[in-house]
Write a protein that binds this ligand. Structure first.
Ligand code: SAM
Ligand code: SF4
Ligand code: SF4
Length: 379
C-alpha cells in the first residue's frame, strides 16, 4: 500500500501518514504482527522536556538553551491521548506506561492518569497503569498520582553515591531527593515500586552493590531494583559497546555479596530476568537489551509526545496518528473505527527486531542510521 510522507512544521523524525483501510474487521484483541507478536503494551510519552541531562540520554552539549523542544500545540492533548489509548485497548493493549522526557513535568499529568484509569478492557477489567520518572518531583506528586488511580511507579536511579549521581544527571541534582521520592511513593501505597539503574561500565558499575544494599535496607522487598544494559538508543549519546556491562556480570557481583537464585518470568513479554535473594530479602531484575535480545516477545508500541507511533525503540520513522486524530477525510473527521483500522494495518505489517539484528551483527542494524531519541519516545 502506498504511503505519503507529510511535511510537518516541527518535523524532527520522519513520519508517514497511515493509510486507512476501508474494509478492516473491528478490533478483537487478536492482532498479530509479521513475526506473530501480539500488541499488549503502549508506552506514551507526555513531554519531550526534562530537568535532567543524563549523559547517556540528553547530553548537555546537544540539549542546551538553543535546542528546540516541541511547541505546546504539537503535543497530544489529554483527550487525544485517552482516545488513542482506548483504541489500542480495543486492539489488545492491557498495560499503559507514561514516560517522556520527564512525565511529571507535564502540567496536571495526574488528570491524564485519572482519564486513563477510567478506561476498561472489553471484559470490563481495569488496565495496568504505570509511569517512569526520574523521581525529582515524586515526593510532591506521589499522593496526587495515587489518588488519580496510578497503581505503581518505576523510578530511574543510577547511583547511590551523591557525586556519581550528580555527575550522571549532569544538573547537580542530589540523590537524597530521589530517595525521598521513592519513600513517599511507597508510603502512599504505589506498589510494587521498581527502580531502574542503567549501568555504564567505567561510570557507575561500582554502585551496583551499594545501591542493592541500600534498597534492601531502606525499602525492603516491596521495591525491586533492576539493572539495565546501556543501550545504543538515539544518535546523540556516543554509545560504545565497551561501555556496556553485561547483565551476567551484574548478577555475579550481587551474588557474591547477597546470594541469588533464578526466578521464573512473571509475564510473557517480560523484559527483565528475575533473581531472588536467597535470604528472602526480595528480588532484583536484569534487562539485557544488548547481550540477550528479547525481540521475539516484544509486544510494545510507543506513542511519541506529538502522536507518532513507533514500533521499535530503534525505529527511525514513525506513523503519524496525530494527523488522523486531528484530520479529516472528505470533510469528515476520522472515526475511532477508521483509526483502529489504520493501527491494525500498521501493527500487522510490523517486523522490527533491531536488537536481534544487532546481536547478529547484521548490516540492517547500522548504528549510523538516524534513530529516534530516548527523551522523545520514552523508555
Ligand atoms: N525521565 C524519565 C526517567 O528517566 O525515568 C522517563 C524517561 S527515560 C527516557 C526512561 C528510561 O530510559 C530511564 O530509565 C532511563 O534510564 C532509560 N534510558 C535512557 N537512555 C538510555 C540508554 N542509552 N540506555 C539504557 N537506558 C536508557
Ligand atoms: Fe531525563 Fe529520563 Fe533522559 Fe535522564 S533518562 S535525561 S531523566 S528523560
Ligand atoms: Fe522490541 Fe525493538 Fe527492543 Fe526488539 S529492539 S525488543 S523489537 S523495541
Amino acid at each position: 500500500m502506498g504511503e505519503t510522507i507529510i511535511p510537518l512544521a516541527d518535523l524532527r523524525y520522519a513520519a508517514a501518514l497511515p493509510p486507512v483501510p476501508a474494509d478492516a474487521p473491528a478490533p478483537n484483541g487478536l492482532l498479530s504482527d509479521r513475526l506473530g507478536r501480539a500488541l499488549r503494551d503502549l508506552r506514551i510519552s507526555v513531554t519531550d522536556r526534562c530537568n535532567f541531562r543524563c549523559t547517556y540520554c540528553m547530553p548537555k552539549q546537544l540539549f542546551d538553551a538553543n535546542y528546540k523542544f516541541l511547541p505546546q500545540s504539537s503535543l497530544l492533548s489529554f483527550e487525544e491521548i485517552t482516545r488513542t489509548a482506548r483504541i489500542f485497548v480495543a486492539h489488545g493493549v492491557r498495560k499503559l506506561r507514561l514516560t517522556g522526557g520527564e512525565p511529571l513535568l507535564r502540567k496536571h499529568v495526574e488528570d491524564l492518569v485519572a482519564m486513563l484509569a477510567a478506561l476498561r478492557t472489553p471484559d470490563g477489567e481495569a488496565l495496568d497503569i504505570t509511569l517512569t520518572t526520574n523521581g525529582s518531583v515524586l515526593a510532591r506528586k506521589a499522593q496526587a498520582l495515587k489518588d488519580a488511580g496510578l497503581q505503581r511507579v518505576t523510578v530511574s536511579l543510577d547511583a547511590l553515591d551523591d557525586d556519581t549521581f550528580r555527575r550522571m544527571n549532569d544538573v547537580d541534582f542530589p540523590v537524597a531527593d530521589v530517595l525521598e521520592g521513592i519513600a513517599v511513593a511507597q508510603a502512599v501505597g504505589l506498589a510494587p515500586i521498581k527502580i531502574n539503574m542503567v549501568v555504564k561500565r567505567g561510570t557507575n558499575e561500582g554502585q551496583i552493590v551499594p545501591l542493592a544494599r541500600h534498597v534492601r535496607d531502606r525499602f525492603g522487598p516491596g521495591v525491586v531494583l533492576r539493572f539495565i544494559e546501556y543501550m545504543d538508543v538515539g544518535a546523540s549519546n556516543g554509545w560504545r559497546m565497551d561501555e556496556v556491562l553485561p547483565s551476567a556480570q551484574v548478577v555475579q557481583a550481587i551474588d557474591r555479596v547477597f546470594p541469588l537464585q533464578a526466578l521464573q518470568a512473571s509475564a510473557p513479554g517480560e523484559t527483565a530476568e528475575r533473581w531472588a535473594y536467597r535470604d528472602g530479602g526480595g528480588e532484583i531484575g536484569v534487562i539485557s537489551s544488548v547481550t540477550q535480545a528479547f525481540c521475539q516477545d516484544c509486544n510494545r508500541a510507543r506513542l511519541s509526545t506529538e502522536g507518532k507511533l513507533f514500533l521499535c525503540l530503534f525505529a527511525g520513522r514513525g506513523h503519524d496518528l496525530r494527523a488522523l486524530l486531528r484530520g479529516t477525510l472528505e470533510g469528515q473527521a476520522y472515526s475511532d473505527a477508521q483509526i483502529a483500522a489504520a493501527i491494525g494495518l500498521i501493527w500487522s505489517e510490523r517486523e522490527d527486531r533491531y536488537s536481534e539484528l544487532r546481536a547478529a551483527q547484521s548490516p540492517a542494524a547500522d548504528p549510523a542510521e538516524r534513530r529516534v531519541e530516548m527523551h522523545y519516545i520514552g523508555g
